[in-house]
Design a protein around this ligand. Structure first.
Ligand code: ZN
Length: 483
């Protein structure tokens, strides 16, 4: 062997995985891109990011992914969903959110068994991964049947996705709280018991979450929380180092009810309670007024923008352009599959931009790059994980999306960011890694029998629909009775 080659080989460092030869979009501070880029991954983290020529020269690995002709992005971060709603996909169309809570989600959740939660969450996670999502914020409704939280945790772990397991806690059970339904009593439990279960889930995530699943506190909305309880939530969040996420101003109802109870606008009231902080992820914010936007900005509150859900339920348009002008960190979410009706983050990228352009009548108000940042680094910031995920930088977790744009929907492609945001569907998602582990390869889910899980979910979903809504559901959804 020539001496020069021998020296080169001696210098090679061994890593677990190399991704070579793709158009690399890092979404780092400088928005660096490498037309022929590569990643080196060891112990689930990125140890090198840069040109293929440099990285292939320095590192060797037993697992080499050839990304030639493909584009490499950070995995997408979905900051809001309800995975149990996968079983309610397509039910209750055309009704207002408060009625929808009453007739669709609450009757369904009360009839769900742990296996339903598991299968529903698994199908939701598989769809998420197939649309390039590597991290999601799951948001469980209040539920005194604590085994449901364990079923969702099990699904999050089995699916391979990175997640925050959000668990709801509510302590006002009247018609202005949550949900506006006679079923409410069945979902209510004493505050201390709910918080004990939250603390149990913090430990369960730590013990069983494989370092990928952590806990977050998720009160449903401000109308179902006693004023003094917000301080209890913040105390819990500090003690357990977790964020708090809550539906906020999804409709005008928060302002109406808080106005009637306390004579203040919703966000002014929350600020007065000392609740607004950088560990608060406010979801929807469709009916946020100028005063609320400024209060969010000065308290560094984070926002989850859910354009498809907001359109599906006819809630309106979040003032995202104004939030961005004020420097508020805005992330992207899909919301549950009963108000979307999918978990497709690529669709959220496109709709998120187009909805702002339509609402402001300004095609320059938001770009594909803005959407990508929302779905990656700002998603990571919104959930307090920017030091770990959200961009492809040395030291961060290897959460990676590899897209194959040689598809009818995307070809020919010229600008990878525009193509991902505007000319994509899950069919372009070729390979996904979470913490260096390949969970989707060549368009196939690895380590799970996807077909078998979907068949089980289809059967269990039909049984649940009949249990929850009775035979009349067949009139609207005739396929429930199909073989
Ligand atoms: Zn929601």
């Amino acid at each position: 062997m020539p001496e020069q080659t021998l020296q080169a080989q001696e210098k090679m460092e061994t890593v677990d995985t190399l991704i070579l030869g793709g158009y690399l979009v890092t979404v780092d501070e400088a928005d660096r891109e490498y037309p022929d880029g590569a990643l080196a991954i060891r112990d689930g983290r990125l140890v090198a990011v840069g040109p293929t020529a440099e990285i292939a020269h320095r590192y060797e690995a037993s697992n080499v992914i050839n990304a030639s002709g493909k584009c490499i992005f950070p995995g997408l971060v979905n900051t809001h969903t309800h995975l149990f709603q996968t079983f309610m996909k397509g039910l209750g169309e055309g009704i207002h959110v408060h009625e929808w809570l009453k007739v669709v989600t609450t009757p369904g959740i009360l009839q769900m068994e742990p296996d339903d939660f598991y299968l529903s969450a698994m199908v939701g996670c598989m769809e998420a991964i197939r649309s390039g999502t590597t991290t999601l914020v799951e948001y469980m409704y209040p539920n005194p049947r604590h085994e449901m939280g364990d079923a969702v945790l099990e699904a999050l772990v089995d699916s391979g996705v990175r997640a925050l397991l959000g668990r709801s806690v509510a302590d006002i059970g009247d018609n202005d709280g949550y949900p506006v339904t006679a079923y409410y009593a069945d979902l209510l439990e004493p505050l201390d018991e709910a918080l004990q279960d939250c603390a149990r889930l913090v430990r369960a995530c730590r013990d069983r979450g494989e370092g990928r699943v952590t806990f977050c506190l998720a009160p449903p909305n401000m109308r179902c929380v006693e004023p003094e309880t917000f301080a209890v939530f913040q105390e819990f969040a500090r003690a357990h180092n977790c964020i708090i996420t809550m539906h906020t101003c999804e409709t005008a109802r928060d302002d109406e009810i808080i106005g009637a109870r306390h004579g203040l606008r919703a966000i002014e009231w929350l600020e007065g309670l000392g609740f607004l902080a950088s560990n608060f992820l406010a979801v929807h914010c469709v009916h946020l007024i100028e005063d609320g936007i400024r209060r969010f900005a000065r308290n560094d509150v984070r926002v989850s923008y859910n354009p498809v859900s907001n359109m599906y339920l006819g809630n309106g348009v979040a003032p995202v352009a104004r939030l961005l002008e004020e420097g508020v960190i805005v992330s992207l979410g899909v919301d549950g599959a009963s108000s979307n009706n999918s978990q497709n983050m690529l669709e959220a990228l496109k709709m998120g931009v187009l909805l702002q352009r339509a609402a402001t009548q300004n095609p320059g108000v938001m770009s594909s790059r803005d959407a990508l940042r929302m779905a990656t680094i700002d998603g990571a910031r919104a959930i307090g994980m920017a030091h770990e995920i959200g961009s492809l930088e040395v030291g961060k977790r290897a959460d990676v999306l590899i897209a194959d744009f040689y598809q009818p929907i995307s070809a020919p492609y010229y600008n990878p960011v525009s193509t991902l945001a505007f000319s994509s569907s899950p069919q372009v998602v070729d390979t996904v890694l979470v913490g260096g582990r390949v969970v989707l390869q060549d368009g196939q889910v690895t380590a799970l029998n996807e077909r078998e899980l979907i068949l089980r979910a289809q059967q269990a979903g039909r049984r649940l629909a009949l249990r929850s809504y009775g035979p009349q559901v067949l009139e609207l959804c005739p396929a429930i009775a199909a073989p």
